[in-house]
Write a protein that binds this ligand. Sequence first.
Ligand code: C5P
Length: 224
Amino acid sequence: LRPKSLLGRKVLVTAGPTFEAIDPVRGITNLSSGKMGFAIARAAREAGAEVTLVAGPVALATPRGVRRLDVRSAQEMHDAVVPIAAQYDVFVATAAVADWRPATLAPHKIKKDGKKLAPSFELTENPDILATVAALPKPPYCVGFAAESENLLAHARSKLERKRVPLVVGNLGPATFGKDHNSLLLVDAQGHRELPPGGGMADKQTLARLLVAEIAGRLAAYQA
Ligand code: C5P
C-alpha cells in the first residue's frame, strides 16, 4: 500500500473551463476537459487528504471521497474559492479560467433581425483566482498551471513571479486539452524538472500521482 503522504492535509483544486455568458443561451468558454484537475483531486484523496474540487462545466464523474462544488463563471469560481482557501494546506489551480467576460449580460437572446450589423461586445477582465489566493495573509501552498503554445519555460517562470506562487506546472504535451496523456514541466525557484522523470508521456492519473507526491514533499518544507 502507498504511504499516505497527505494524511491530515486539506487540498483545494479548481478544474475545467469557465463559461462566461453573453445572453441566456450563449457564452464564451474554452476546450478544457477538467481531466487533469479531477485526476489531481483523486490522487490527493488517495494520498489521504481531505479534498474539495471546484469544477467548471465538465462532463466528469466526481472522484470517490471528494467534495465537489459546481460553478459556471470565473466570478462564481472566485466566490466559491477565495472565502475558503485559507482553511486549506494546498491550492492547485488547474482550471482554465476565462481571462475576460462580456461586460454586460444581455437579458434576452440576441436576435439576428433586419439589416442590423453583427453585434459587438465589450469585454471586462475576470478576477485572477490564483493570484488572489496567493496574496492571502496565510496562503495555502499554491500550485499554478500553464497551458502555453510556445516558450513554456519562460512563461512558467514569469507566472511564478507574477502570481507569487511557489510552483508552476506547465503542460509539455502538444494540445493537451481533452487528451488522456501528457508530460509536465515543474518550475520553481530552484529550477525545473520533467514528469514523468526521464521524458516520455504518461496518462493523466499517473502524472497526477507523481505531482501530488512532489507537492507533498515540498509542503513540509513550505510549512516548516
Ligand atoms: O494567467 P494565466 O491564465 O496564464 O495563468 C494560469 C494559471 O492561473 C492557472 O493555474 C489558472 O488556473 C490560474 N488562473 C486563475 N484565475 C484566472 C486566470 C488564471 O486562477 N482568472
